[in-house]
Ligand binder design. Structure first.
Ligand SMILES: [Zn+2]
Length: 156
């Protein structure tokens, strides 16, 4: 990508966002020479990212679904809709940044968990239990015991 200001050939990507409505990836870039910033839009076909689920079935990446799964985990917690939006945006950005056309649902799940671990313990645990689909409470407890992402308060 050539800098529109100084024509230098190397730019750094600061942020990538998928816009399904516009079928494009928006990237904020910074020129490595003159440090000026600019935005590029790259067209993607039919919102090209596919999510591969655990059972190997595939579906289109869907922002709404991601928002819903996070919202469910955040019900009746202090996590606001604005926070949920922010998490969605950064996860989306992390997905796009992989540069891959297919990502696994567990990749997305792990990213969401990382964000939730930083902001709300309850939401994090709820998402964790929904995501891993534990068959028993013992399994969940085992995960909590071994996870470094779970705050000390929740360690048994
Ligand atoms: Zn430049």
């Amino acid at each position: 990508m050539i800098c529109p200001f100084c024509s230098y050939e190397s730019t750094r990507v600061l942020e990538s966002r998928l816009s399904c409505e516009k079928a494009s990836i928006r990237r904020r870039r910074e020129c490595e020479s003159c440090i000026k910033r600019f935005t590029t839009y790259e067209r993607v076909e039919n919102c090209a990212i596919t999510v591969v689920k655990k059972d190997k079935t595939k579906e289109k990446f869907c922002r709404k679904k991601l928002v819903k799964s996070i919202s469910d985990a955040c019900k009746k917690t202090a996590v606001s809709n604005i926070m949920i939006d922010k998490i969605t945006e950064s996860v989306e950005s992390e997905v796009v940044m992989t540069g891959k056309k297919e990502v696994s649902s567990s990749f997305i799940g792990e990213k969401v968990l990382n964000h939730l671990a930083d902001i709300n313990e309850i939401a994090h645990l709820r998402y964790l239990s929904a995501f891993k689909q534990y068959r028993s409470l013992e399994e969940l407890i085992e995960e909590i015991k071994t996870s470094s992402k779970v705050p000390a308060l929740f360690q048994f």
